[in-house]
Design a protein around this ligand. Structure first.
Ligand code: FAD
Length: 354
C-alpha cells in the first residue's frame, strides 16, 4: 500500500460529467452528499455536447424538446445548489482500496482523493471515434477531415462528403441540405452498402432528397485521395462495381461510430461484460462494494442506453450508497415538493400549502 500526502477527502467521486454524471450530483446532493467530478474532457455534457450539441432530444420526461447543449446547461443549473467541484481534462488512473474501506483515487494530472464511494458515469469511455483507414489521410484531420461536428457553421457553403451509414451520418447529411441554416454547397453521402443502421424515416428522407437532386448517395468505400499544395481536393471512392471514382470536396465528415474504450477503468478489477460494467438493479453497484456504475457504462438485463434510464439509475445508486457513506443514519425518501429539509439543501423557500 502506498503512502499518500494529503489527498482531498470526500464522500463521493463521480467519474464522468455527461448528463448522467451531472444528474448523479443532483441525486447525491439531495441526500446532502458533496461530490467531486472528474472528466477527461475539458467541459461537461458528455455525448450530448461532444456529439450532438445542436440536435433536438425529444424523450426527456416533461421537456418536449431540448438540444444536447440545452440539456447540459439545464442540468448544470439544476445542480448549482450542491456546489460540486469539477476536475476537467483528467482521467482517473489509480483506484486502490484502503485499510479503512475508503478508496484512494488518483487522476492523470495528479489530483488525489480519499473517498468512501465512486460513481462511474463514464458513458462509452474516453471518446475514440473509429477512424477512416486510408494511408496519409490523417494529415488532414481537423482541417478537412472531421470525426465530429463542433460548429456546423464551419461547413456552410462547402462541398461535403459524409461517410457512414448510422444515425450521425444520415442526420448530419440531412442537416446540411435544403433549408438548413448552415446549408452546404453540396452533400454526397458515401456508405459501403445500400442498407443503413439509421432511423428508417431519416433514411427515407435522404432518398427523397437524392431523388430531388438536393444531395447524392454513393455506394462505395473511400480508398484513396488526391491533394494539391497540401489541400485535399478529391477522395477516391471504389464502388460495389469495382470502379473507382474521383469525388471533389472541400471537407469530409466521417461517422463510423465510437469504439468503446474503457481505458484504465478496465483494470480496476470490476466485473465486465462486453466492455461494460455489470451492476445489480437495486443499487447499481458494481462487483466492488462502494463502486457504483450509472448510465451508458453499465449493463444489466434489459438495459437501454437512454438518458432517462441513466437518471433513474442515479436515484437508486445515491440511496444505495448511503449505507456506506453514512451507515449510522437512516435515509427516508422525501419529496422535493414538500420537504423543508430538501428545500434547505436546494436553497429554496418552503411554500405554504392550503
Ligand atoms: P456520456 O454522455 O458518454 O458521458 C460520459 C463522460 O465520461 C464523458 O464526458 C467522458 O469524457 C467521461 N469519461 C469517460 N471515461 C472517463 C475516464 N476514464 N475518466 C474521466 N472521464 C471519463 N439518448 C436519449 O435518451 N435520447 C436521445 O434522443 C439521444 N440521442 C442521441 C443521439 C446521438 C447522435 C447519440 C450518439 C446518442 C444519443 N443518445 C440519446 C444517447 C445519450 O447521449 C447517452 O445515453 C448519454 O449521453 C449517456 O450519458 P452518460 O453520462 O452515461 O455518458
Amino acid at each position: 500500500m502506498r503512502k499518500h500526502s494529503s489527498p482531498i477527502e470526500t464522500d463521493a467521486v463521480i467519474v464522468g460529467a455527461g448528463p448522467v454524471g451531472l444528474f448523479q450530483v443532483f441525486e447525491l446532493g439531495l441526500l446532502e452528499i458533496k461530490v467531486h467530478v472528474v472528466d477527461s474532457l475539458g467541459y461537461p455534457g458528455g455525448q450530448c455536447i461532444e456529439l450532438y450539441p445542436d440536435k433536438p432530444i425529444y424523450d426527456i420526461p416533461a421537456i418536449p424538446v431540448c438540444t444536447g447543449r440545452e440539456l447540459t446547461n439545464n442540468l448544470l443549473e439544476q445542480i448549482k445548489p450542491f456546489g460540486a467541484t469539477f476536475h476537467y481534462g483528467q482521467e482517473i488512473t489509480v483506484v486502490e482500496r484502503q485499510i479503512d474501506g475508503r478508496f484512494f483515487v488518483e487522476t492523470s494530472r495528479g489530483t488525489r482523493f480519499l473517498t468512501k464511494t465512486i460513481f462511474i458515469a463514464a458513458g462509452v469511455g474516453a471518446f475514440q471515434p473509429r477512424t477512416l483507414k486510408v494511408d496519409g489521410l490523417d494529415s488532414f484531420e481537423d482541417s478537412q477531415l472531421f470525426y465530429r461536428v463542433r460548429n456546423p457553421d464551419d461547413f456552410a457553403g462547402k462541398n461535403l462528403v459524409i461517410v457512414g451509414g448510422g444515425d450521425s451520418a444520415i442526420d448530419w447529411a440531412l442537416d446540411f441540405v435544403k433549408d438548413s441554416p448552415y446549408k452546404a454547397e453540396s452533400v454526397i453521402l458515401v456508405h459501403r452498402r445500400d442498407g443503413f443502421k439509421a432511423v428508417p424515416a431519416n433514411v427515407a428522407k435522404m432518398h427523397e432528397l437524392c431523388d430531388a437532386l438536393e444531395m447524392q448517395f454513393m455506394i462505395g468505400q473511400v480508398a484513396g485521395y488526391e491533394e494539391k499544395d497540401g489541400v485535399l481536393t478529391h477522395v477516391k471512392v471504389t464502388g460495389a462495381d469495382g470502379v473507382t471514382r474521383l469525388v471533389p470536396l472541400d471537407a469530409m465528415l466521417v461517422f463510423f461510430g465510437l469504439s468503446p474504450k474503457l481505458g484504465p477503468i478496465a483494470d480496476w478489477g470490476l466485473d465486465i461484460e462486453r466492455k461494460q460494467l455489470k451492476v445489480d438493479t437495486e443499487k447499481f453497484s458494481t462487483s466492488e462494494p462502494g463502486i457504483f456504475a450509472v448510465g451508458d457504462i453499465n449493463i444489466y438485463p434489459g438495459k437501454k442506453k437512454l438518458i432517462l434510464s441513466g437518471f433513474h439509475e442515479c436515484a437508486l445508486a445515491a440511496y444505495g450508497a448511503m449505507s456506506i457513506i453514512t451507515p449510522e443514519k437512516k435515509v427516508f425518501l422525501q419529496y422535493t415538493t414538500t420537504s423543508p429539509k430538501l428545500h434547505k439543501v436546494l436553497g429554496v423557500e418552503t411554500p405554504e400549502f392550503d
